[in-house]
Design a protein around this ligand. Sequence first.
Ligand code: SF4
Ligand code: SF4
Length: 371
Amino acid sequence: MPPVSVMIKPASSGCNLRCAYCFYADEAALRGVPNYGIMSADTLETVVRTFLQAATGSCSFAFQGGEPTLAGLEFFRRVVQLQKKYARPGLVVSNALQTNGVLLDEEWCRFLAQENFLVGLSLDGVKDTHDLFRRTPADTGSYAAVLRAAQRLTAAKASFNILTVVTAPLAKNITKVYNFYKKNGWLYHQYIPCMDPLANERGGQPYSLTPAAYTEFLKRLFDLWYQDVSRGFLVSVRYFDNLMQILQGRAPESCAMTGQCNVQYLVESNGNVYPCDFYAMDEYYLGNICTDTVARLDAARTAMRFVEDSREKPAQCRECRWFGLCRGGCRRDYTGGADSHNYYCESYREFFEYAYPRLRQAALLLRGLYR
Ligand code: SF4
Ligand code: SF4
């Protein structure tokens, strides 16, 4: 078996925030069981042992939620112990944690730094844009808590990047947001277009990101990024990093940009396995890691044609001059129905028309920087 990528939900869909646009809360609400609770010690041991034994080369574990830190620091200490116990010599094991930061005190941050976790901290820009949608159960903003977490992570010298959900208000304020991140020394950014609820038509929520708003966002963000790059100052923006990789003839790391879904294992807290974070729903159930072998999970994914069908692109992608760069994007952004296509297609086209000469220039300037 090749390198393995496992995503684990230690606290299922449980969370200590109530972000208005949470895609996982939306997805989980459509399941027979929305919340499977905290992962037990036995299930954790089975997950770690099984995937470490199955992997060759490397095995990456990404902990997500809901809010994964709700499982407690002892849970994560156990993760590291189990990895040391079961990893064969030479296997490269890595850990990542996606968190809202609310529970990250000094002890947590020291642990994350010591054990080399790559932390993704969810922050939606400045106070005004963040507090609009990232609310506590008492309906107060969570900005101050996230800022404290960023300060503690910095003090502990933990590696972290900022994950920002691009809502309509945030898109309008991208200049302010980008400069604010830079001023704080946060130079690793990931911007994810906000998703609308699965059951609703897109574009109807206060946070909804329309294709027109996303186009303007991409152009503005690119101008800011390119200005820095041309002055020799590199800010990592995951989408642009992936475009650089493609333009330099390398494989992009983001599955949304490879032209097909990748093989991954999304493990819910009771051991249920699904093919992707965006498809942790009953109809995509592959099996349970406590009772099924990895080969059986793989066979279920193949029978479902999860990866195979993702290679079939709509006619407009097959004929598109930008396909080599765009590759159609993530299937979760597809509109559905007979003429299904990427909801943000016009954003990508317009952005590439606008930025292509400078994208090529940046790829030359940044030669050798991406692997
Ligand atoms: S659905 Fe999107 S995120 Fe999931 S594997 Fe496919 S491309 Fe990646
Ligand atoms: S720009 Fe649109 S048509 Fe072209 S590859 Fe991307 S999603 Fe497909």
